[in-house]
Design a protein around this ligand. Structure first.
Ligand SMILES: Cc1cc2nc3c(=O)[nH]c(=O)nc-3n(C[C@H](O)[C@H](O)[C@H](O)COP(=O)(O)O)c2cc1C
Length: 201
């Protein structure tokens, strides 16, 4: 059994050279994201490509401030909070480019009840995941490194406000993009325990 090589080739790469990523190259990645499957022909995503130092700084600072508050509420020690927030800040500001994937209700079905509203939003989130996977596969195909960063899903409004995005754009995914640092050694991909992860009926 062999998984297609183009899927195997995508890895999370967390170290980049200083080389910038051209806007055109980022646009190709976003176009790849935008052919992902989406519920009932909607495209409930918006993407923000971020390359300026100011915008990266604003995003990292906005999300960092929120994380700091959350960690303090969790009773995490102050020096540990400083360490975590600084590492996250350095990760975001150190990447040559960041692509922020946002969700919007635009194009989604509206329901009067909470259960179906959650299901509809859940479908949008699933499709954002598919879009981000497309984006990362396209990055790998272009010889670019990428890594998904979870942060904005915990603080969509802080991420949105940091970049002065429209109210209805809610950031939920963040992908660092750059040229791979040749010295970076990633984890060995663990084998897939198919019998544990798949059932047959
Ligand atoms: C929703 C999501 C959130 C993630 N968040 C982070 C993150 O915050 N920081 C990070 O370094 N990697 C993050 N990752 C990357 C995973 O750690 C990585 O995909 C996993 O270890 C498998 O490695 P691979 O992508 O190289 O196959 C995230 C991945 C997903 C799908």
């Amino acid at each position: 059994m062999t998984v297609p090589a183009f899927l195997e080739a995508r890895r999370s790469i967390r170290a980049f050279t200083d080389a910038p990523v051209a806007d055109d190259a980022l646009d190709v990645l976003v176009a790849a994201a935008c052919i992902a499957p989406a519920p009932h022909h909607s495209r409930p995503w918006r993407f923000v490509t971020i390359t300026s130092a100011d915008a990266k700084e604003a995003l990292a600072a906005g999300m960092g401030a929120r994380w700091r508050t959350d960690l303090a509420a969790d009773d995490v020690a102050a020096d540990r909070i400083d360490e975590l927030v600084a590492a996250s800040h350095a990760k975001l500001t150190g990447a040559p480019a960041v692509v922020l994937g946002c969700l919007t209700w635009n194009g989604l079905d509206r329901y009067p009840d909470e259960a179906r509203r959650r299901a509809e939003w859940g479908m949008a989130l699933l499709s954002l995941g598919a879009a981000v996977e497309n984006l990362m596969l396209a990055a790998a195909d272009a010889g670019l490194a990428s890594c998904w960063v979870a942060a904005p899903i915990f603080c969509p409004d802080a991420a949105r406000d940091a970049l002065a995005l429209p109210d209805e754009w809610l950031p939920h995914a963040c992908v660092l993009v750059g040229h791979p640092d040749p010295a970076y050694v990633g984890r060995v991909r663990p084998p897939i325990p198919l019998d544990d992860l798949r059932a047959r009926r």
